[in-house]
Design a protein around this ligand. Structure first.
Ligand code: HEM
Length: 418
């Protein structure tokens, strides 16, 4: 691609020497991969009209994830920028591990980390498989009547809350009820969009918090089926490591973190693989292939496009500068198509050998995604179950449009038939 006249004009006119070139967010929204491909070859960092700096190259993104000159956006700052009113949503963000640092972050993350470690999560494989299978029963039934199904609504969106419900020891019916609140509140954790509904986000946060507090109270009284996650939270409360409100905020963050990210990733990987010739049919019989397909789909079309940070001081990169005091968007979307790191970066290569040990889509450093193992398990089992049960699955119409280049990306629907 050649840069559009608008971004070239802005780049030369407005940016001081050494400052990152300006690229309008409208261009980024329209075709992020093409914009990043163009600029990544020229400069390590660009800036939007709001001053946010986007870091483009894999080596820089990786090193800045753990660089002490950047820090996590804290909850108070984030809620101010986002215009979140005082109340349950603001409380959730201020208390969330995602928006805290140091000792508070460690206290809030520790009770959840063992339950979500790769080995512990592996024990959930059967549970996740049966949740996926039960949803596919409904998909088949809908398909028999309508001839086509929105797989996003019927499978990708309900699976993550169903799995989280099992982690909380909640009955299946309850999990489907809280799915609605999850998707109500989750846009609050992504960049602001025109027309977004703050009242719905606040309502979702209030209901989800009340629900999680009820789960904790039930477990405290011994009235709930076993949940190691809740037991660990109760132990942390008993040791005064967390207050009840703090424990609830971490569980709500976990549920939200598990939902939009994974439903979009599921839809994106199905849309890529349903068009990948014979690979779709082989996924159901080859768990290794499914694992590789998940990893590669997450690279090519990630459901989370960036990790936000704040620059505490000026940061000089090779060929560019991030000024102090800026919102820094570490563009994993761009980094994962950096030709300096990946051969044929714009192509889906299921057996590529250049994936790093730590997949960039899950971030890095102290805040690296705590749910990676569970996300991968859901994505693998989802693909395997769909391929086995619907071997002739194909998309209806063109590949669905993916919106967004930063934070959690959006995909409207996924019409399929078979
Ligand atoms: C494909 C699916 C997923 C993707 C792409 C993803 C991506 C990420 C990324 C990039 C971060 C780092 C954010 C930062 O540093 O600011 C993160 C953090 C987090 N994720 Fe995920 N995630 C996914 C699934 C999940 C799941 C399934 C869960 C829960 C079981 C989860 C829970 C969280 C939580 C609680 C954090 C905050 C961790 C902390 O601040 O210490 N995520 N995720």
């Amino acid at each position: 691609m050649t840069s559009s006249p608008r971004s070239r004009e802005l780049a030369t006119k407005d940016a001081a020497p050494n400052m990152p070139p300006f690229v309008p967010s409208s261009e980024l929204e329209r075709d992020p991969h093409a914009v990043f491909r163009y600029w990544r070859a020229k400069t390590p960092v660009i800036q939007r009209e709001d001053g946010a700096c986007l870091v483009l190259r894999a080596a820089d993104v990786e090193s800045l994830l753990t660089d002490l000159r950047t820090r996590q956006i804290d909850g108070a700052l984030y809620t101010r920028i986002r215009g979140v009113p005082a109340g349950p949503l603001q409380d959730l963000m201020v208390e969330s591990l995602l928006m805290s640092e140091g000792e508070a972050h460690r206290r809030r993350r520790t009770p959840m980390s063992r339950v979500l470690a790769f080995r512990a999560v592996e024990a959930m494989r059967e549970t996740v498989r049966s949740a996926a299978e039960s949803l596919i029963d409904g998909v088949e039934a809908q398909g028999a009547i309508a001839g086509q199904v929105d797989l996003m609504a019927a499978f990708c969106a309900p699976l993550p809350p169903l799995v989280m419900g099992r982690l909380l020891g909640a009955p299946a019916g309850e999990a489907q009820a809280f799915a609605h609140w999850v998707y109500q509140v989750s846009p609050a954790f992504a960049p602001a969009l025109p027309g977004e509904d703050m009242a719905a986000m606040v309502d979702g946060a209030a209901r989800l918090t009340a629900y999680v507090e009820q789960c904790l109270t039930r477990a405290m009284r011994g009235h709930a089926p076993g949940s190691e996650l809740l037991d660990n939270m109760l132990a942390a409360i008993a040791m005064d490591a967390l207050t009840l409100a703090e424990a609830a905020a971490q569980l709500v963050t976990l549920i939200i973190g598990a939902s939009d990210t994974t439903r979009a990733a599921m839809a994106l990987q199905v849309s890529i693989l349903a068009q990948a010739g014979g690979t779709w049919r082989r996924l159901g019989e080859d768990a290794g292939l499914a694992r590789a397909a998940v990893t590669e789909a997450l690279r090519l079309e990630p459901s989370v496009g960036s990790v936000p940070r704040f620059s505490m001081e000026e940061i000089v990169l090779d060929g560019g500068v991030i000024p102090a005091g800026r919102l820094v968007s570490l563009s994993t979307l761009s980094a994962m198509r950096d030709p300096a790191r990946f051969a044929n970066p714009d192509t889906f290569v299921v057996d590529r050998t250049d994936h790093p040990r730590w997949h960039l889509v899950f971030g890095g450093g102290a805040h690296r995604c705590i749910g990676e193992a569970l996300a991968r398990l859901e994505l693998e089992e989802g693909l395997i179950a769909l391929s086995r049960r619907l071997p002739d699955l194909r998309l209806v119409g063109p590949r669905p449009r993916i919106e967004g280049y930063a934070g959690i990306r959006r995909i409207d629907g996924l019409q399929v038939t078979w």
